[in-house]
Write a protein of this length. Structure first.
Length: 400
């Protein structure tokens, strides 16, 4: 073979090998770069997913913290998004409106169907300040709310949603009604004897004082109604001191049968006017821990009421027993009983089952309210059991 041709073939073979090696090296470098690029992109995607996951976790945590904060509030809270849909409603709001479904995603009108709330949002869009309105919810057991609404703004002052806070005013309204009823009742109770006293005094001044028999009768009436005023004022002061905790109880262990027996002996004289017999059925040896003066008020009030409203020529029975680590006493009459609708209110101040009959029979209308507060201050409870035509039984408990 020609040496030149052999040398040329060797050169081309060498060049081919070098080119092959170079191409392989370039391909390897290219694949490595592609692999590194893919690994880099995968790493970026992982970091991005981790960042997104962390962001979601932070948002969920912030949402949970916000929900926990709102749930700890006494006031009801509703948070609306920029589209007017409920984003959050706390547990207080769910209790206030007795919500049984999740209202998130609904509008206020869909969730509550209260035109006052829709009108409040309409005003808020125009005025962009804290606004309020009052809301009455329910029928017989109405609840009252003051609703405050404000726009939630971002850093640039753009509206991001609305927050509404529901303040429960029910207890305040009840106290206002109680105060009005109390003032009206006290005014009436004071006006009646004062009017009678004034009328009799004017009659005496007009000349009736010269008639000894007539003037004596008028003065007795004036004295009786003056005593009624005094008793009313004393009862008002007593119930005020009891409610404010100003009365300190002097507790001691009392044998209840002889204690009640002494009071019954005094009350029997007045009971004889109606032909009523008061019977002491408290067992011997039964003792309770009480303030003697306050317990006397309780027993006298209950027995006097039983005589007053029981059947003429009837019986009033005072009973007692030990039960569940306490002493339970009962004053029972055989009168017409107490209607079911009146049993829940019988211990309210000035509440009367039969207003006309009660005022004719006298009394301040505070006796049972005083009984309730005295027994509660002893750590006991008081209640009534009655059926129409079968009399009434007033129970109370004392510590042993």
């Amino acid at each position: 073979m020609n040496p030149l041709l052999a040398e040329a073939e060797f050169v081309w073979q060498t060049v081919a090998v070098i080119l092959t090696i170079a191409l392989a090296l370039l391909f390897f470098i290219f694949r490595r770069k592609v692999q590194l690029a893919e690994e880099f992109m995968e790493q970026l995607r992982g970091e991005r997913d981790a960042t997104a996951q962390r962001q979601r976790e932070l948002e969920d945590q912030a949402r949970a913290e916000r929900q926990t904060l709102f749930n700890s509030m006494v006031e009801g809270v509703v948070l609306l998004d920029r589209h007017g849909r409920i984003q959050l409603a706390n547990q207080s709001l769910e209790r206030q409106f007795a919500l049984t479904i999740d209202v998130r995603g609904q509008t206020l009108s869909e969730a509550f169907r209260r035109p006052e709330l829709t009108q409040l949002l309409t005003r808020l869009d125009k005025e962009r300040k804290v606004l309020s309105c009052e809301l009455e919810v329910g029928g017989d057991q109405a609840h009252y709310f003051e609703v405050n609404a404000a726009t939630v703004l971002d850093r640039d002052g753009r509206a991001q949603g609305t927050i509404l806070v529901f303040h429960d005013l029910t207890r305040i309204r009840q106290l206002e009604n109680t105060r009005r009823e109390f003032v009206a009742n006290v005014s009436h109770e004071l006006r009646t004897p004062l009017s009678l006293i004034k009328g009799y005094v004017e009659t005496l001044l007009d000349g009736a004082i010269t008639d000894p028999e007539l003037s004596a009768k008028f003065l007795q009436t004036i004295d009786r109604h003056s005593n009624r005023l005094t008793n009313l004022i004393e009862d008002l002061l007593t119930i005020s001191r009891l409610e404010s905790g100003q009365i300190t109880l002097q507790l001691r262990t009392l044998p209840l049968r002889p204690f009640a027996g002494g009071l019954i002996a005094e009350l029997q004289t007045r009971a004889n006017e109606r032909g009523t017999k008061i019977i002491n059925e408290i067992p011997e040896g039964l003792a309770g821990r009480a303030d003697p003066d306050r317990l006397e008020q309780v027993v006298v009030n209950l027995v006097e009421n039983a005589v007053k409203y029981g059947r003429s020529k009837g019986r009033v029975v005072v009973r007692g027993r030990a039960v569940n680590g306490q002493v339970e006493l009962c004053v029972a009459d055989d009168g017409p009983g107490i209607p079911a609708e009146s049993r829940e209110r019988i211990f309210e101040r000035f509440y009367r089952v039969d207003k006309a009959r009660s005022r004719d029979a006298g009394g301040t209308g505070l006796g049972l309210a005083i009984v309730k507060h005295i027994i509660q201050s002893h750590g006991g409870k008081v209640w009534v059991e009655s059926e129409a035509g079968q009399g009434a039984q007033f129970f109370f408990t004392l510590p042993v």
